[in-house]
Design a protein around this ligand. Structure first.
Ligand SMILES: [Zn+2]
Length: 400
């Protein structure tokens, strides 16, 4: 999850209707038969909202959410990694304590969501659990961390998080932290810090997947060399298609695949397609995005009002459209470079992901339709939608 720049995609707030009508029933049926997982769901933020219930249907236009049980069922999404995202705060003792408390609050929120809806969701900590949960008719909740800052005060707490269900660890976010340099900041450590190297080794020992999305190229290279297990990029794109520093170049895509890893393709608009600077838009939206970051403490009617004001401001200062075609360009390029056994989907839902024609998880069959049209087989789709993610989870667990 990234905040302000992610919500550039709100330009297309109301563009989500009708698209799934284009998906033929046969493709929808195939999509529903497949194990479909997403490796980066920022939905825990919505779980904190007063009155927001994941069991009920919501709309992106009304409350900016993209994932809930009815839409998961409609889109055939069996589950995924729910992220403990922590905005990078000041790297002071107080800042680290705050991050630590935030991380524990979010993992508690995720576990509570599962515990209070045992007929709808179940926590998975092993690849085998995922299949059992899907067979039981429930949705799969895996837990990941985006930004390891909650561990900065006491990296030994990684073992506690593991006991609570954490199975994927993203080292860093949009700014550098005590463990690693970000792809979107000037280098401080020139890769991993000494504490970052120890954290990677500790994650390996616990069987936690290391996630290199948001990490700098140097961090990517060092993690790949250091990790005993395959590595994942939980929500990233192709730099050959969109030259954002968050995206991976072809050589690094090949290196990730050669180590058995997987890159999960992101749908975050400004990472997919470079956008020209628009200072007037930034000025109009900055205070609204600040308000949005407080959404967890707003009642539903205020969230709806905020969604309308954001939509109005975006309509007043429009950006070039970013669509499912742009997402598919990244996905198809990465498939060409590394093949279907090293690619998945991590669309950054509820974290700023989503483009025109792919606005929430109910529209996921659109991706399946495009992949089949591009010549990929049902077997390929099975690997892309879930098989590859299960494989790297199992490999990380085996490499203890
Ligand atoms: Zn992110």
């Amino acid at each position: 999850m990234r905040r302000a720049p992610h919500f550039a995609s709100l330009a297309l707030l109301c563009a989500c209707c009708c698209a799934h009508a284009e998906v033929p029933p046969a493709i929808r049926g195939l999509h529903e038969r497949l194990l479909v997982l997403d490796s980066h769901l920022d939905t825990p933020m919505h779980l904190a909202r007063p009155g927001w219930d994941i069991s009920q249907r919501h709309t992106y236009a009304e409350d900016l959410s993209q994932v809930d049980l009815p839409r998961m069922i409609e889109g055939g999404l069996d589950g995924g990694f729910f992220a403990i995202f922590t905005p990078q705060g000041p790297r002071t003792p107080e800042g680290r304590t705050q991050a630590s408390e935030h991380g524990l609050a979010v993992i508690t929120r995720i576990r509570d969501m599962v515990a209070t809806r045992p007929d709808e969701f179940a926590l998975a900590t092993r690849a085998e659990d995922v299949l059992d949960i899907v067979a039981s008719g429930r949705r799969v909740v895996l837990i990941s961390m985006e930004n390891a800052e909650p561990l900065a005060a006491d990296p030994g707490r990684l073992a506690t998080y593991h006991r609570l269900g954490l199975r994927m660890l993203g080292l860093v976010h949009a700014q550098n932290n005590d463990f690693a340099d970000s792809a979107t900041a000037l280098p401080q450590w020139h890769g991993l810090s000494p504490a970052g190297r120890e954290l990677v080794q500790a994650a390996n020992r616990l069987g936690i997947l290391i996630d290199v999305s948001h990490a700098s190229d140097a961090v990517f290279d060092q993690v790949l060399a250091l990790s005993r297990a395959p590595v994942i990029a939980s929500h990233s794109g192709a730099r050959a298609i969109g030259p954002h520093p968050r995206n991976l170049d072809d050589e690094r895509l090949r290196q990730l695949a050669a180590k058995g890893g997987v890159v999960q393709v992101n749908s975050f608009a400004s990472d997919l397609v470079p956008r020209p600077p628009n200072p007037e838009r930034d000025k109009a939206l900055a205070p609204l995005y600040r308000e949005f970051r407080q959404a967890a403490s707003l009642p539903p009617e205020q969230v709806a009002d905020l969604a309308r004001r954001i939509h109005d401001a975006e309509a007043l200062h429009p950006l070039p459209s970013t669509s499912l075609d742009d997402f598919m360009r990244h996905l198809l390029h990465i498939l060409e470079v590394v093949g279907p056994h090293h690619v998945g989907i991590g669309a950054d839902w509820d974290g700023g992901g989503g483009v025109e024609g792919l606005r929430d998880v109910s529209q996921l069959p659109e991706i399946s339709a495009r992949l089949l049209a591009a010549g990929y087989s049902e077997e390929d789709l099975a690997a892309i939608w879930g098989g590859n993610l299960l494989r790297v989870m199992a490999q990380a667990a085996r490499s203890l």
